[in-house]
Write a protein that binds this ligand. Structure first.
Ligand code: ATP
Length: 514
């Protein structure tokens, strides 16, 4: 645990030191769970968004984009169920006065059991070497089987109590498991209560006529209320999808995990409208497809797993998370939900307007079913950033800090250095930049020895460094160094564009999804 916390602290301080993420309004001591993206962070975030958008909208001829407003008519949130049901169960510790999400306390307890299972697996892998069969071990080792059973029983009970709104049983479960406040170790808990997560605001100039509004807690509803407008104007036939990225706001009870859980964040969502009855097939399709998108970034298959929901949201008939191995363990990165016709039917009921599709093959009208994929852009940022930050032992005994961002997402693709600040080398370096900048983000650096400049760009996540020296003036060649391998090559200046392009081109990364 201590190592995990330490690793996570390193991620947060590196994000600040290298201009990725700052605490919001830091000069006023910050605002809890609100963050600003700095010069590098804004680029990384933009590249992740673009990678998602191209995979969704550009590569699927039956998916179109949308950019709906953050403010929506307040009835939207009555229809969607958010006014009544968008809440989390909270519990306070009477001694430490700290507030927690009751379900998260139990889930963290289960995560510890899972940690024990992982430890047993690691030990056994060492013991049995090549001959180790993980599946067999998981199903036959008595200790592991017992752990697994305990974890499943706890999660099932939690799911059932939440579904039945039996908050007293959630408290009982916390007491039975003897869960203590992580801050104080106290087990002196209040009752569990529900807490609505929507932020309210007002629209209108005078107090008498002002209308109560909510900041949207998800982008999905903007898609549902526009379903028919988009379908008609694009003349899409079912099955088809509508994708959008944008801000969402949630007054989270506990927000202590940097950009993992924020009060203002960005979502990338796609709602796929289908024929009723085909939801199982499309749900499986999108689960597999979204995992392929993640894997295309090459961040390691072992770092992802599916988690099927025990407790289904009020709108869903099936739901799974794609979980990622964050510095604090496996946690939800993306959700894939089969939402039935819940949303469109509710909007139809509350608005009095028909939200139906005329299926020419079947010659009838129906309210389509929906399968949704929903990922937090900030969470994806944290997954990419934390997974990329590595300390490497070098052959000469020193270590280097390197941010091995997938090159396609890196904020700056290349840094250009003159070996010395004279003899016309800076001028040639600038000439190279003036040519490359039309295709890529590139930067110039002439400060310190070249070795230190390399280290700086390694920590910055820049995939290439290009050094201009005296030989460059004579034969128009430079040294190009690769961030991950530290390999250096002498190449013609005229080849630079093609070399960089080959590694950072979005098309070749996206093609790995095939
Ligand atoms: P959690 O269980 O972690 O609260 P959720 O199940 O409420 O998440 P969804 O409503 O399914 O999340 O939202 C879809 C995605 O939006 C999540 O998978 C996550 O990536 C992102 N997300 C949700 N809440 C936040 C938040 N407070 N900060 C950052 N990202 C978030």
């Amino acid at each position: 645990m201590a190592k995990q916390e330490d690793d996570f602290k390193k991620v947060i301080s590196h994000a600040k030191e290298y201009g990725y993420v700052f605490q919001s309004s830091e000069i006023y001591d910050g605002l809890s769970a609100v963050y600003d993206y700095a010069q590098n962070g804004a680029e990384l975030k933009k590249n992740i968004r673009e990678y998602w958008w191209r995979a969704m909208v550009q590569l699927n001829d039956n998916i179109v984009g949308l950019d709906a407003a953050i403010f929506m008519h307040p009835t939207t949130w009555k229809a969607s169920g958010h006014v009544d049901a968008f809440s989390d169960p909270l519990i306070d510790n009477k001694d430490s006065k700290k507030r927690y999400r009751a379900d998260v306390l139990v889930e963290d307890y289960v995560a510890k059991i899972e940690g024990k299972i992982e430890k047993e697996v690691k030990k056994a892998t060492k013991r049995f070497g090549e001959a180790f069969d993980k599946e067999q071990f998981l199903s036959t080792n008595q200790r592991v089987v017992d752990y697994q059973e305990k974890a499943t029983t706890i999660l099932k009970r939690l799911g059932k109590s939440l579904e039945n709104e039996d908050l007293a049983d959630v408290k009982k479960l916390i007491e039975e498991l003897e869960i203590a406040c992580p801050m104080s170790g106290s087990k002196n808990w209040t009752d569990v209560k529900q807490f609505n997560l929507m932020f309210g605001t007002k629209l209108g100039a005078s107090t008498e006529t002002a209308m109560d509004l909510y900041l949207r807690p998800e982008t999905a509803q903007g898609i549902f209320v526009n379903f028919l407008n988009v379908q008609k104007t694009s003349r899409m036939k079912i099955p088809f999808g509508i994708a959008q990225t944008g801000k969402a706001f949630r007054n989270e009870i506990v927000a202590r995990q940097f950009i993992f859980r924020m009060r203002e964040f960005e979502q990338m969502e796609m709602q796929f409208f289908i024929k009723p009855g085909s939801q199982k097939e499309w749900y499986e399709h999108w689960k597999a497809h979204r995992l392929r998108w993640h894997l295309s970034l090459g961040m390691g298959e072992d770092n992802y797993r599916f988690h099927d929901h025990e407790k289904l949201a009020h709108y869903a008939d099936a739901a799974a998370d794609i979980e990622f191995r964050f510095p604090f363990g496996f946690k939800e990165l993306e959700g894939i939900h089969s939402r039935t016709d819940f949303d469109l039917s509710k909007h139809q009921e509350f608005s009095g307007k028909k939200l139906q599709y005329f299926d020419t093959d079947e010659n009838k009208n129906y309210v389509p079913y929906v399968v949704e994929t929903s990922i937090g852009l900030d969470r994806m940022f944290l997954a990419v950033f934390s997974n990329s930050l590595q300390e490497e032992e070098l052959e000469n005994g020193t270590t280097r800090t390197v941010l091995k961002l997938p090159a396609v997402l890196a904020p700056t693709k290349a840094a250009v250095f003159p070996l010395v600040k004279k003899d016309g080398l800076p001028e040639l370096a600038h000439e190279i930049i003036d040519d490359l900048k039309w295709d890529f983000n590139v930067l110039y650096d002439q400060k310190d020895a070249v070795g230190r400049r390399y280290r700086r760009q390694d920590a910055n996540g820049t995939p290439f460094c290009i050094t201009v020296d005296h030989q460059s003036l004579e034969d128009k060649t430079v040294t190009i160094r690769h961030r991950d391998t530290m390999e250096q090559q002498r190449v013609a200046i005229s080849e630079l564009k093609a070399i960089i392009h080959k590694e950072v081109d979005m098309k070749s990364w996206l093609m790995k999804m095939k």
